[in-house]
Write a protein that binds this ligand. Structure first.
Ligand code: LLP
Length: 428
């Protein structure tokens, strides 16, 4: 049985060859499941680029980082915590100084301390960062993240270019950056642009020209250019992948033109998050109530927006499938349902559009106890989860070569209250 969205079947019994029912018997619901083979395939897709730098914010479990490291992928870190995650996963800046690059628009104090201690390369998203790094670690080499004045994303909230975005150094401030760099004995060796997340080839390719112009202004100290991230994946029928050969070709031409002007080769980086992990990930939940509200039928799950925030944040669409348990439905037709979670908040709906409008989805008839799978959930899924409503974060499971590894245990009450303290009562 498949919905009009035939790319995404609405019935599913297994993930990466493993029975969902038996996974759930062992690990319970809700749980995140990742398929390592999909991640490895995605890495292989991008092998034309000299460097694949994973934007670990998309899914930063240290087991995933470890496996990506073994596949030759390096990482981007946006905080001291992400730097430490990379270290835990075996990245070693001593053997490969560019294996972890810190990208941000500001340094907080923890980040600056760890960058100084490890001598990490920094991708500066503001002139202030050049100055602050210059004071802390004079003589550094840096990359500049430039906001080219335009951007694009799957949602206004994931557009990272243009004057409404806080990201990057505005494109007409290059002279000021060069001045600050000289002042602090800093060499600009890299140039980076990331205009948004979940965009398209048309917008992505505009970045090549914009970057080339700025690169010529900075000059021959440059040894690396980065195309940033943003590669989309299809979440629904009708959406498609970017033509990677064409995309690479555009960047390769840009890089070659610059190399011939500068008289030395340039490394070409790409910085995907979503592309590498989104399709590997599934959030499996149990249907705990099937109820009617007027003309609407609701499937209410034991997972909520605390587990997968993308629908409530961006109106993001995730394909949904049903795994029946212990019965086959007598009714083979699809019915229109609204899918929601357990949270005490009306916005806790997985089938909603941007602006919070509840949408219906055609799904198989299901009963309490059946499983519901939110698909293409590997990117910005678990990492954006929270303990809202006192809920424990889910386990994360990795399927690899036919084995299921628990790579993060389900949280317990101790995790929930860790660090909390009740002070002695005030004296009467
Ligand atoms: N590089 C930089 C500097 C970024 O800011 C980002 C994403 C990436 C790379 C990776 O972008 P990707 O390849 O994953 O599109 N929570 C949102 C996405 C926020 C993206 C933030 N930055 C979502 O769920 O769609």
């Amino acid at each position: 049985m498949s919905s009009p969205d035939s790319l995404f079947p609405v019935l599913r019994r297994d993930i990466a060859g493993q029975s969902i029912e038996s996974i759930v018997q062992q690990y319970g619901t809700p749980c995140y499941i990742y398929d390592m083979a999909t991640i490895a395939q995605k890495v292989a897709d991008l092998k034309a680029f000299d460097v694949i730098r994973y934007a670990q914010k998309a899914c930063s479990n240290i087991a995933i980082l470890d496996r990506l490291r073994r596949l030759g992928v390096v990482v981007d870190a946006v905080s001291a915590g992400e730097v430490q995650r990379a270290l835990s996963a075996g990245y070693d800046p001593k053997t490969n100084p560019h294996s972890i690059v810190y990208t941000a628009d500001v340094f907080d104090h923890e980040a600056l301390t760890i960058i100084k201690k490890l001598g990490l390369h920094v991708n500066c998203g503001s002139p202030d960062m050049i100055e602050q790094l210059g004071r802390a670690v004079p003589g550094s080499s840096v990359t500049l993240r430039i906001n080219p004045g335009f951007g694009h994303g799957h949602s206004q909230k994931t557009n990272t270019g243009g004057p409404q975005s806080k990201h990057g150094i505005w494109h007409d401030q290059i002279d000021e950056c060069l001045r600050l760099a000289d002042l602090h004995n800093i060499v600009i060796t890299g140039l980076h642009m990331h205009i948004g997340s979940g965009t398209d080839l048309e917008h992505l390719s505009q970045v090549c020209d914009a970057l080339e112009k700025i690169a010529l202004q900075i000059g021959r100290t440059l040894t690396t250019i980065s195309a940033g991230g943003g590669l989309p994946v299809p979440y629904r029928q009708g959406q498609s992948y970017v033509d990677l050969d064409r995309y690479y070709h555009l960047w390769d031409q840009t890089r070659n033109r610059l190399a011939s002007v500068f008289g030395h080769p340039l490394r070409l980086e790409i910085e995907p998050g979503r592309y590498l992990v989104a399709e590997s990930g599934f959030l499996v939940a149990e249907i705990r109530s099937v109820k009617k509200m007027g003309e609407n039928t609701f499937y209410l799950l034991d997972a909520g927006f605390n587990d997968l925030a993308r629908p409530i944040l961006y109106g993001a669409y995730h394909p949904i499938s049903i795994c029946h348990r212990g019965h086959q439905p007598s009714d083979k037709d699809l019915i229109e349902v609204v899918v929601g979670g357990p949270l005490c908040e009306s916005g806790d709906i997985f089938t909603q559009e941007e602006g919070g409008f509840v949408a219906k989805r055609q799904l198989p008839v299901a009963k309490v106890g059946d499983l519901l799978v939110l698909e293409v959930a590997g990117a910005y899924g678990f990492v954006m989860s929270s303990n809202y409503n006192g809920r424990f974060r889910t386990p994360e499971l990795l399927i690899e070569n036919g084995s299921i590894h628990c790579i993060r245990a389900r949280e317990t009450y101790d995790d929930l209250i860790r660090g909390e303290q009740i002070p002695p009562p005030p004296k009467a």
